[in-house]
Design a protein around this ligand. Structure first.
Ligand code: BGC
Length: 354
């Protein structure tokens, strides 16, 4: 049996991230064998490396990390709908074994009992190895033109879900939004802004960085880039929608009252527990009630969101999407990916195929 290099952690143990050789995975029935091309790294992966999050598969103390995948099919079962050479991305979450009502319906992104599993995060090895396997039912085929940028699929799927949630929450009454404020110009924030622009909304993005690629990326969408705080960003336009993509607690609180009447605030940033901020709960409640405002949290994505993400990426400006990938690091130098990030970074990707 041949070996492949894989990025692993011992969940819960800070400093356990390492590149080790594991047996090449063997596809089971109905599964594809995929050669990895690239792997995106996000805050969750940093939490895994810091020992703050993550669960190893049953019977093991190590987890192969990586949930932002991109690979090329090496072997596919007859009749699977896939063929060698296809560009694919793996869905992250799997339904809980019970399953709950949501998981039973394929809506595992909204699992109720928390017993779902996730590739590279929770009890299932991820895509951070030179080769990986995946059930054909959880693989999404990409347009062949996406070989350089298809690694943005997983964050795009998270955004496809977030926008769907906004539409559903807004849909409880008349809702024809004209503007969106996105807080945070990281990959999630910028992809949220991309979708806002594609919908013809007036797009505002708030971030701390005054330099680097972020202002230009927002301007290229026809959006307005703000760096002077949320009050300044909403002066003049009370947005109909706010998508919070920083997880910074004071911004999270402020984002809830940053919309105009009947606004929807969608929270997508995962915060470390224990972060405190003081809040005028009276004003917060008063505004949410008197304006019929709604706040919705959104995490993960199901197969339909991945499929939508594939269509958005195929159709969007590929040069703009390339601009989100600010560093590509060879697998052997993976530690650089987990080191300090600068304001110039949007998405850092590990190049596995190189
Ligand atoms: C991933 C989601 C996942 C969440 C919690 C995020 O980084 O994008 O797919 O559900 O972490 O584990």
């Amino acid at each position: 049996m041949s070996a492949v290099r894989a990025l692993t952690v011992e969940p819960g143990r800070k400093g356990s991230l390492s590149l080790e050789e594991i047996d090449e995975p063997v596809p089971g029935e109905g599964e594809l064998l995929v050669d990895a091309i690239a792997l995106g790294v996000c805050g969750t992966d940093r939490e895994l490396a810091d020992g703050d999050y993550g669960w190893a598969p049953a019977g093991s103390d190590r987890l192969v990390i990586g949930h932002e995948s991109l690979g090329r099919v090496r072997e596919a079962p007859e009749g699977s709908g896939f063929a060698p050479g296809d560009l694919v991305v793996g869905v992250v979450r799997r339904p809980d074994p019970e399953p709950c009502g949501a998981c039973e319906r394929g809506l595992f992104d909204n699992c109720r009992n928390g017993d779902y599993t996730e590739r590279g995060i929770k009890e299932l090895d991820g895509f951070g190895s030179e080769a990986w396997t995946i059930e054909a039912d959880y693989a999404v085929k990409l347009d062949p033109a996406l070989a350089e940028i298809g690694v943005l699929m997983e964050p795009m799927s998270v955004i496809a879900k977030a926008w769907e949630q906004i539409d559903k929450v807004g849909g409880r009454s008349w809702f024809e939004p004209k503007s969106v404020l996105v807080t945070g110009a990281g990959p999630i924030g910028l992809l949220a802004a991309l979708v806002g622009a594609r919908r013809g909304l007036e797009v505002h993005v708030l971030d701390r960085n005054t330099e680097g690629p972020k202002p230009k990326l927002v301007e290229a969408l026809g959006g307005v880039y703000h760096t002077d705080g949320i009050a300044d960003a909403i002066a003049g336009t009370e947005p109909d929608i706010v998508i919070e993509a920083t997880g910074a607690v004071s911004l999270v609180l402020d984002s809830m009252t940053a919309t105009g009447p009947y606004g929807v605030t969608c929270l997508t940033g995962v915060t470390t527990a224990g972060r405190k901020a003081s809040v005028d709960a009276g004003s917060l409640n008063r505004e949410l009630v008197l304006e019929n405002d709604a706040v919705v949290g959104s995490v993960n994505a199901n197969l339909s969101h991945f499929t939508e993400a594939a269509a958005i990426l195929a159709d969007a400006d590929h040069d703009w999407l390339q601009g989100l990938i600010t560093r590509r690091i060879p697998l052997a130098d993976y530690t650089e990916t987990f080191g300090p990030t600068s304001g110039d970074d949007v998405k850092v990707v590990i190049d596995i195929a190189s």
